[in-house]
Design a protein around this ligand. Structure first.
Ligand SMILES: Nc1nc2c(c(=O)[nH]1)N[C@H]1C(S)=C(S)[C@@H](COP(=O)(O)O)O[C@H]1N2
Ligand SMILES: [Mo]
Length: 204
């Protein structure tokens, strides 16, 4: 049998002890050592997940830096002017969901892709009405003149069937447009760049 009165008694003694200022301080110090602060999330909202460079009107970072921009350097991308886009920036833009169907043999059927419109993303950097080249992690790039940018409602998708695109999958972004259930031609799909991480803006 547990004697409840004695437990309560001990508890009271403990409480009176920690209420003394010196003990309180010691208690707080011990807590700080014992309880580690929560680790930072892997992908924080302020993580840069896309860089837009070239002939842009808004810039929020310096020129290409061979140290800090190691992966861009690996791809021989150098620039004077660029705009860093964070996950939070993109989350603040209107999100659309499209049904996209490609031709390549890996496709089993149409998929749902969700993300902001490419034009809204480009507007963040003040890159409106200019040709762009969209580059992927594997080095693949597709060029878009203004006409081809306006020919479709291009979506820079971050999610596939409601799941965030992964690095190693087709993330961080996949460029596509609405096709409905009729697959795009291979020529069209060649512009559907997946694993997008860098956009170069050309002068008009
Ligand atoms: N990152 C990246 N995106 C890409 C490609 C690529 O090689 N790398 N190929 C393009 C081409 S030519 C086609 S037809 C489609 C389909 O590619 P998949 O067969 O690799 O799915 O993706 C397009 N997007
Ligand atoms: Mo292709």
């Amino acid at each position: 049998m547990v004697d409840e009165s004695s437990i309560e008694g001990e508890h009271l003694v403990f409480m009176t002890k920690v209420r003394r200022p010196a003990s309180l301080l010691l208690f707080a110090m011990m807590l700080a050592i014992m309880v580690p602060s929560a680790p930072a999330p892997v992908a924080a909202g302020d993580a840069v997940i896309l860089t837009i460079a070239g002939d842009i009107e808004k810039s929020n970072r310096g020129a290409f830096d061979p140290f800090a921009d190691g992966f861009l350097g690996y791809h021989d991308k150098a620039f004077k002017t660029a705009f860093e886009v964070t996950a939070k920036d993109l989350a603040g833009l209107p999100q659309v969901t499209i049904t996209a169907f490609g031709e390549a043999d890996t496709w089993k059927g149409p998929v749902r892709l969700t993300g902001p419109r490419l034009k809204d993303v480009l507007a963040l950097a003040g890159a409106v009405g200019k040709p762009v080249t969209v580059f992927a992690l594997d080095g693949y790039g597709a060029e878009f003149d203004v006409k081809s940018l306006n020919a479709h409602d291009w979506v820079l998708a971050h999610s596939l069937n409601g799941r965030r695109l992964s690095l190693g999958g087709r993330g961080p972004f996949w460029l596509a447009y609405e096709t409905g259930d009729t697959p795009a031609t291979t020529d069209e799909e060649a512009k559907w760049v997946w694993s997008v991480f860098y956009i170069e803006v050309q002068s008009k």
